[in-house]
Design a protein around this ligand. Structure first.
Ligand code: ZN
Length: 178
């Protein structure tokens, strides 16, 4: 069990440090990435996680393979998508066009709100093998990029959100049923 820290924890409020590229293959960094994947997989509603959320102040986030299932609902359910690891991510391009999106956070239970996010974003990062790559996305993927990169700079979505309300899991279940 890897613990996900909650919003009062100061690790969520600092600027996370870059990972030295030559350290990516080390057992230390690989263990952090593994722990992040475990923590993310433990949350039914989790689509991504940033290293500070498991108490590690480094510039790493992981996007769940689940995101691809959400994007491609008609796909064969046996297709398994790997989680995508972003180390030292930087925004290369971001659209001027924005939209208000519903947002929550594994470290801000159980608040939800609406946040203005750029519709499209392209990120440059290193993967868990230390290879540089770029990846673009729109809507949910662009939102995840922006939410996770905010985490690396000590920003939580509630800092920017409107219409924040508390929806404990029992409440969500009830809404789903009704
Ligand atoms: Zn979050």
């Amino acid at each position: 069990m890897v613990e996900i820290v909650q919003k009062e924890d100061p690790v969520l409020r600092g600027r996370a440090a870059e990972v030295p590229i030559e350290e990516i293959p080390t057992a230390k960094i690989q263990k952090i990435i593994k722990d992040m994947k475990v923590a993310l997989a433990s949350q039914d509603d989790g689509v991504a996680i940033a290293a500070p959320q498991i108490g590690v102040p480094l510039r790493i986030f992981v996007m769940s393979g689940k995101v691809f299932d959400l994007l491609r609902p008609d796909e064969d359910p046996d297709v398994v998508h790997e989680d995508v690891v972003f180390i030292n991510p930087e925004i290369l391009k971001i659209s001027k066009e924005r939209q208000k999106m519903e947002e929550g956070c594994l470290s801000v239970r159980w608040l939800y709100g609406r946040v203005s996010r750029a519709k499209k974003a392209t990120v440059k990062a290193y993967d868990e093998k230390g290879q540089a790559f770029t990846r673009g996305g729109s809507n949910l993927v662009a939102q995840i990029f922006q939410h996770e990169m905010d985490h690396l700079d000590g920003i939580l979505f509630v800092d920017k959100a409107d219409d924040v309300e508390e929806l404990p899991p029992e409440e969500i279940e009830r809404l789903k049923k009704s």
